[in-house]
Design a protein around this ligand. Structure first.
Ligand code: ATP
Ligand code: MG
Length: 257
């Protein structure tokens, strides 16, 4: 049975249909990348997976381990081990970063503790040391822990921070929406290495990106999918991303936008 099964998904916003019959199945621990032109619905798909209230699902289904999650709230989906790193993370003033992470981690320990081996940190200091190691892995200074969530973070710092949260929280399936956009050259490699650490834990990944570069650094890729006009129109292996980088999307029969 697949970990994630998406069947003929249709979703709209303000009466406009954005997802037009999307199918995808991802087995436990698999790494899939989604590429595709601007506006093809990639972020919409990521948001719909986590149950963003902005979108209405008109038909189709999303199953995690064989059970539909359509009636679950976003936090219930997170407790099943789904994690989304946003394309545009929002600044949340007043929410301390360290406090936020510790709460989220402890909450997930309750729901995922039985199926995963998760560390239990008894003191705040132990937890901080754990987070600091992960901050280091993405090249962020420990002082970020005493800031408010994303407030005043640069574009690249927000991206590093999202991936850092993923490492700390240890989801079963991480959905990363353009984790490489706006990153400097060294950061792309650091972020890819952080993603590789999650892959080592046996987690599945869905990475949305426009560039083959980050994918080259990933320790494994099972499928590359091309999304256009709200559905997946082609799937292939690692080479497909290189081919797209050279040829663009037009050869797939998509007219220029
Ligand atoms: N409130 C809205 N009203 C109308 N159309 C919308 C609304 N929100 C999003 N859309 C449209 O939905 C389409 C899909 O957007 P989405 O953000 O999913 O694309 P994307 O594939 O992630 O693109 P990119 O590569 O640029 O990030 C776009 O054409 C966008 O303009
Ligand atoms: Mg997007």
């Amino acid at each position: 049975m697949s970990f994630l099964e998406v069947r003929d998904l249709h979703a709209s916003i303000d009466e406009k249909e954005i997802l037009t019959g999307l199918n995808l199945s991802l087995n436990k621990g698999e790494v899939h990348a989604i590429m595709g032109p601007n506006g093809s619905g990639k972020s919409t798909f990521a948001n719909v997976l986590l149950g963003h209230p902005k979108y209405s699902l008109t038909s189709g289904n999303i199953l995690v381990k064989g059970e539909s999650i359509l009636n679950l709230t976003t936090d219930e989906r997170a407790k099943k081990g789904l994690f989304l790193a946003f394309q545009y993370p929002t600044e949340i003033s007043g929410v301390g970063y360290s406090h936020f992470l510790r709460n989220a981690y402890n909450t997930l320990n309750k729901s995922l503790g039985q199926e995963q081996e998760r560390e239990v940190f008894l003191t705040v200091r132990e937890f901080h040391d754990y987070v600091k190691r992960n901050l280091e892995a993405v090249g962020l200074d420990p002082s970020f822990l005493s800031r408010y969530l994303n407030e005043g973070f640069s574009g690249g710092e927000k991206k590093r921070s999202e991936v850092m949260q993923m490492l700390v929280l240890r989801p079963n399936l991480a959905i990363l929406d353009e984790p490489d956009s706006g990153l400097d050259i060294d950061a792309v490699k650091a972020v890819a290495e952080a993603i590789n650490k999650l892959i080592e834990t046996g987690a599945g990944l869905l990475v949305i990106t426009h560039y083959a570069r980050i994918l080259r650094y990933l320790s494994k890729i099972d499928y590359i999918h091309v999304m256009a006009k709200g559905k997946i129109i082609k799937s292939g292996n690692r080479e497909l991303s290189e081919e797209l980088e050279v040829k663009g999307y037009n050869w797939l029969g998509l007219e220029e936008k």
